[in-house]
Design a binder for this molecule. Sequence first.
Ligand code: MG
Length: 381
Amino acid sequence: MTFSAVIVAAGASLRAGPGEPKPWRDLGGRPVLAWSARALSAAGARRLAVVTTADRMEAARTLLAGLPGLVVVEGGALRSLSVRAGLAALDGAPEEPVLIHDAARPFLESAVIARVLAALKGADGAIAALPVPDSLKRGDGQIIGSVDREGLWRAQTPQAFPRGALLAAFQAWSGPEPTDEAAVMEAAGARIALVPGDPRLFKLTWPEDFAMAESLARPAREVRMGQGIDAHRWGPGDGVWLCGVRIPHDGALIGHSDADAGLHALTDALLGAMGEGDIGQHFPPSDLRWKGEPSATFLAHAGALLAARGGRILSLDLTLVCERPKVAPYREAMRQAVAGILGIDVSRVSIKATTTEGMGYTGRQEGLLAQAVAAVELPAA
Ligand code: MG
């Protein structure tokens, strides 16, 4: 079924506090108006009439450029006049459904649009609405009486009607300014279906509504994983750096930097979780600057890259594979060191150790192997 839509964005926003009119306030990086306009367009609106004030028409065309079937219309002093101006700008068959929607209800899901359109098949109109869950009181600072909420619904938008029938109902309307289109159609004798709306379709009305909307609009976050593997050869020496801790030992790991395989594996795991290549790309061994460099520099760099992308570390899990030295006495110091380098809580850092029971290059004590897994959270791509 084809349909058209009218978005009403011409109100004065008197209750919303100082600042831009509601449709033009920023919500998650774009104006409020853009949210429902894109939703209706994505749902397949054939024509989309956006009704706004004269001084915002050019801005609306720029903001919504590229949406198919867009027409920007100047609104009137009253909501009903704005809706009628939007209806007049539409074309097509009079029986084609038109969805009337408030720009101040930005979180319009495609499922609600589909429900309202589907309900039109068995009714003269259909509106999104929610049953009232709270007790209702009549009062003026104190309770004068209670109102039975049974059978009461909160009307939302979109509200859908055949375009021709809605235009005719407006022409026949003689009452005071209606608060929605359903009231006008009711007066014309229409049977209007109540369709489950959406709590997120609340109308931005008071200043505090914008804070709630901002929390809903915040980009979703996602979890990503990375792994890192590093090995270094044993050579002569009197101690080894592992996970930022100096351990006395009758040998040393050979490497370009301080050969801290634990921190190298952790660095690669973090870079991997971000899709940022590997440690060799960021700190080429051919670059003399990194000769003898404490490996904390490399891990801190990966942590800073993550922070710059708005991410955070969820967990790090490292396994050191070696016959000697014994890791257990240094495990807590290593966890503290890693947590300190990255500025995270020590509970997010796990350090484990194992041997290969004399097998392979770690078993023959030719080298030490470190293997790490990182879980990070990033803004959704
Ligand atoms: Mg290394």
